[in-house]
Ligand binder design. Sequence first.
Ligand code: NAP
Length: 524
Amino acid sequence: MNLQGTSIIGNSRGSATGDTFCATNPATRESLAVDFHAATTAEVDKAASLAGAASIAYGATSGKARAALLRAIAEEIEKLGDALVERACAETGLPEGRIQMERGRTCGQLRLFAAMVDEGSWVEARIDHGDPDRQPLPKPDVRSMLRPVGPVVVFCASNFPLAFSVAGGDTAAALAAGCPVVVKAHHAHPGTAELVGIAVAAAVASCGLPEGVFSLLFGSGREVGSALVRHSSIKAVGFTGSRAGGRALMDIAAARPEPIPVYAEMSSINPVFILPGALAERGKAIAAGLHGSVTLGVGQFCTNPGLVMLGAELDASELLGELSQLMSASPEATMLTGGICKAYRDGIAKHSANSNVRKLAAAGATADAFTGAAAVFEADGAAFLADSSLQDELFGPATLIVRHSSREQLHQIASALEGQLTITIHGTEADLADHAELLQILETKTGRLLFNGFPTGVEVCHAMVHGGPYPATSDGRSTSVGTQAVFRFTRPVCYQNWPDNILPDELKEGNPLSISRLVDGARA
Ligand code: NAP
């Protein structure tokens, strides 16, 4: 399939007049065909307005119709075949196996959302029957369910060209909820975005849905992205990327005449707490697992474990020796973009220049602008507490070991942690019993607690929570992975004394969809 390099705006293509840019293959440094054209101001307005115009009709579609769309998108993506895998590999430097796995995950999550909306109970239908004879006042008939918020802007993530991009988790969740989507492509993988965009647009057309249900725009975040977030037709935002980018969008959304929610996944250092019993039992195995998790995908995962807590009084020589040896021997590898690589190198240089931070191990660092080398640093608990910059996300294959000097200091550090996507405990049963207060503190800091595991690898399922308090995300009440993500793009609507024949099917007395509902306080 030939790329055109222009935005997809409903049923039509954008003009080839805006600013141009092209993708770079980070592994070969070659510029890739074709030139991509930024959406013009008029095109941004058209895409957002079409989404606004489509939102009533699309919001009124049945769960079965939305399920058919989500399944059709998965089929269209699969039909792209090797062309999609080749382009995604070329634009990201990621290996073919990883891209194939990500495509499977992307189509799998589209189908998971499809199954959920097909079944229908996710809308949380609640019915409280009225009682006209109640004294002193009659009780009204009150029914509620979740309804779509309206058009959503989705910002593609650089580190998941498929699963967190054009047809990724946010798009699947928004379409499942009944919201049209306008995607802002990431400049690092525009060809991948265009291919998937063509697939989504084809699915929208084949399902007979209004054209404004989906658009894909190219262009810079500060211009095209910000203009979309400001547009009055847009009602919510999904974002994965840097804290600075997410924060900028939160501020724009909050300053609108009509503020809208931003669901931004930003920075997390995913602390790992290694407790004494676990260290004594399996220090070497923990080191091997940590190495695998820190270096996976050249450390470019939001769940990369960037902080490891260890008691200073413990003999951690086996764990630290093994980890240092494994990290030193890790080959340098291609990172996603020159910008991400530069930010990683700057972070390494900052740690190296910090007199309170010791370098335990580092793989050889060449002067290549696209490759990252693994590194392990160590600091004392007091230094960590005194320097908040040691909590900054270092997006790449590096981790910081912090040696806490006492139980009191361990609790101080846990309390001082910023919000995290994940926190991991390595311990024995005796460790857990002995650290009950620590566990209570940690639960307030994260969206996902792991026991004796490693945080990279996020299962796409119904119970998953991939979220956490700020700055891990902009709204810790939500998740960007798993079917609970649908809730971020909904709002509850209540129908009081509404005639049965005009109630949504989900709330009709006879329960024609046979869904699970809360009727007069009991599950039915
Ligand atoms: P980014 O710079 O935040 O960019 C993500 C998207 O947001 C891009 O589309 C970008 O537009 C847009 N954007 C950025 N700043 C903006 C602003 N001020 N106003 C409007 N739109 C804006 O993230 P990135 O390029 O993926 O990577 C940069 C850094 O983000 C990494 O080094 C890493 O630290 C962090 N990151 C974190 C995660 C995570 O999951 N925690 C994932 C990816 C990246 P442009 O196309 O114009 O750049």
